[in-house]
Design a protein around this ligand. Structure first.
Ligand code: C5P
Length: 309
C-alpha cells in the first residue's frame, strides 16, 4: 500500500503555481570552458503561469516507472524529455523518496518562448514533492537540486525579481528598493507562432563573437547604475541575445520597432525568445496593441497580460 509510506497527516495531493518569467536585463558576457555561457540577468516571475498537481499513489504502471506525467497540451512531451520527470527523479535520488506519484500539468505558458516554462515546471515539481515529503529538503538543498536540473530552475524558488549570475544558478534577491520599481508592473507578453531554441541562440553568440558579447565589467556597471539609481523599470531593459536572434527571425525586430514608433513602448525579447514583452504604462491602448500584433504575426500569436510578481 502506497499510503503506508507516510503518516496519514501528510497531504497526498499538492498543487503548485508554476510562473512564467521574463528577463528584464540579460547580459551574456562570454563562453565558459564547460560550453555554457556566463551571464548577468535580472529575471522576474510573473503572475501568469502553469499549474502543476502531484498526487501520491499512481506511478506509471505500464512501464513500472515511479513517476508519470499528464498534460492538457498535446505538444508538451510527457516522457523523460520533460523536466518535470527529470526533477522528480533527481528529488527521489537525493531524498530516498520511494512512493510513486502522478503529475498533472495545466499548460498555459508557450514552449520555446524564453519564458522559462519548462524550467519553472521542474522547480514546481521539486517544491511539490518537497511539500508532500514533509519538507525533507532545506531551501538551500532545493536550490542546489534545481541548479542541477536546469540553468533557469533556481530562480523560480525566489518568488520575486532576482539577479542571476554564472550560468544562471547563482541567485540573489534584488535590493528591496529596486524590486519595488518592478513588482506589480503590468506587462504584455506576445509570441509569434514559431519558437526559438535556447541552445541555438547561444550557439549564434559563439559564431558572432567577440562582438556579440558585452564585457562582465560593462554589464556590472549598467546593472549597478540602475539598481543604485531611481530610474524606472523601462531604463533597465536590455538583452544582447536580441541581435543574433533578430538576424534570423526578422518578424521580431520589425514588429518591436513598429510598436516602439506607433505606441511609444520599449518592447524587448525575453531570454532567447521568441516571446517578447512590453511594460504597459497606465492607460496603454491594449486592444490596439493586440490588433497590431495579430496584424503583423497572424492569429496564431500568443498574447497575455500579466504582472511582475
Ligand atoms: O540549462 P538549460 O538546459 O536550460 O540550457 C539550454 C541550453 O542553452 C544549454 O544546453 C546551452 O546550450 C545553452 N545555455 C548556455 N548558457 C547558459 C544557459 C543555457 O549556453 N547560461
Amino acid at each position: 500500500m502506497v499510503k503506508s509510506f507516510y503518516p496519514v497527516s501528510q497531504p497526498q495531493i499538492v498543487s503548485v503555481f508554476s510562473p512564467a518569467k521574463i528577463n528584464l536585463f540579460l547580459a551574456v558576457t562570454g563562453r565558459r570552458a564547460d560550453g555554457y555561457h556566463e551571464l548577468v540577468s535580472v529575471v522576474a516571475p510573473l503572475t501568469f503561469g502553469d499549474e502543476l498537481t502531484v498526487e501520491i499513489g499512481e506511478g506509471r504502471p505500464e512501464t513500472g516507472g515511479q513517476f508519470s506525467l499528464e498534460c492538457d497540451d498535446p505538444q508538451v512531451p510527457v516522457d523523460g524529455r520533460n523536466l518535470v520527470l527529470k526533477a522528480a527523479e533527481v528529488f527521489a535520488t537525493a531524498t530516498g523518496w520511494k512512493a510513486p506519484a502522478k503529475f498533472r500539468l495545466a499548460k498555459r505558458v508557450p514552449v520555446g518562448a524564453g519564458l522559462g516554462g519548462g524550467s519553472s515546471n521542474a522547480t514546481a515539481a521539486l517544491r511539490a514533492l518537497n511539500q508532500l515529503s514533509g519538507a525533507r529538503l532545506s531551501p538551500a538543498a532545493l536550490m542546489a537540486l534545481a541548479a542541477g536540473v536546469g540553468s533557469d530552475c533556481p530562480l523560480f524558488l525566489s518568488g520575486g525579481p532576482v539577479v542571476i549570475r554564472g550560468r544562471g544558478e547563482q541567485v540573489e534577491a534584488l535590493p528591496a528598493a529596486a524590486a519595488r520599481r518592478l513588482r506589480g508592473r503590468s506587462v504584455l507578453l506576445f509570441k509569434p507562432g514559431f519558437g526559438v531554441s535556447t541552445a541555438w541562440a547561444y550557439e549564434q553568440m559563439v559564431a558572432g563573437a567577440p562582438r556579440a558579447y558585452i564585457s562582465a565589467a560593462e554589464a556590472g556597471r549598467r546593472l549597478a547604475g540602475w539598481i543604485e539609481g531611481q530610474a524606472d523599470a523601462a531604463e533597465l531593459l536590455f538583452n544582447n541575445l536580441e541581435p543574433v536572434v533578430f538576424r534570423k527571425y526578422l518578424a521580431l525586430p520589425v514588429l518591436l520597432e513598429h510598436l516602439q514608433v506607433r505606441f511609444g513602448l520599449a518592447p524587448r525579447m525575453s531570454g532567447s525568445g521568441s516571446a517578447c514583452f512590453a511594460l504597459l504604462p497606465a492607460g496603454a491602448r491594449v486592444e490596439e496593441l493586440k490588433a497590431a500584433i495579430v496584424e503583423a504575426w497572424g492569429p496564431v500569436s500568443f498574447m497575455q497580460i500579466a504582472a511582475i510578481a
